[in-house]
Design a protein around this ligand. Structure first.
Ligand code: CA
Length: 223
């Protein structure tokens, strides 16, 4: 999966790049509209994350040119806060989805996955592990078809585990996935969240094991 990020805010571009790379996407990043237009003409991508306020050529023009070339790559537009006009114009020009800054990385990633899936299969959004089923679009966890009540943060943490099934997930990875970079995270916020999550999935046959010094692993409970 290959993603192009067109964003001129270096902090945001860097955060997005690192986060998407951690989810095993190949990421190219450009910081102006001309470079974005060039990259999109020359290379093939599965998704574009496109800031509208770009130097040299704005995101609207990049999008207009992309669709004029009859490309149907999914486009996720990033807009400044409270600019309804921009969002509407972006969608009219052929954007598939938009996010208003500032946003949660986890939500952006969920939308990225949904768009890539839609682009490829028109498909489903279900992650499963044992008897647990996580609907990543509807944001719902179920156990044997009974819904389990989870907070957004718990759902986010579980989603990270289920996406990386069978791999150890570090505390830092979890923190990066579920918090935006301007958010102050208490030292034990992840532990507290894992603790609650463990209780909620106690009877699922799946458990979160602590791997000392490394992080956590989602695995079948030992009975
Ligand atoms: Ca910008």
């Amino acid at each position: 999966m290959r993603i192009l990020i067109a964003e001129d805010d270096p902090l945001l571009a860097d955060g997005l790049t690192r986060s998407l790379k951690m989810s095993d996407y190949a990421v190219n990043c450009v910081n102006d509209g001309v470079a974005a237009d060039l990259a999109l003409s020359a290379e093939s991508y599965d998704l574009v994350i496109l800031d509208l306020g770009l130097p040299r050529m704005d995101g609207f023009e990049v999008l207009r040119r992309l669709r004029r070339r009859a490309s149907n790559i999914p486009v996720l537009v990033l807009t400044a806060r409270e600019s309804l006009d921009e969002r509407v114009k972006g969608l009219d020009l052929g954007a598939d989805d938009y996010m208003t800054k500032p946003f949660e990385l986890l939500e952006l990633e969920a939308r990225v996955r949904a768009l890539i899936r839609r682009g490829q299969t028109g498909g489903t959004a279900l992650l499963t592990h044992g008897n647990l089923k996580l609907d990543t679009v509807g944001r719902r966890l179920s156990l044997n078809d009974q819904t389990l009540e989870l907070s957004a943060r718990e759902l986010g943490v579980l989603e990270v585990f289920m996406m990386r099934s069978g791999k150890v997930v570090s505390k830092e990875q979890l923190a990066e996935k579920i918090y935006s970079w301007d958010e102050d995270v208490g030292a034990n916020a992840i532990e507290v969240c894992i603790h609650r999550l463990r209780k909620k999935i106690e009877c699922s046959g799946v458990t979160i094991r602590t791997i000392r010094g490394l992080g956590y692993l989602l695995e079948k409970s030992v009975t």
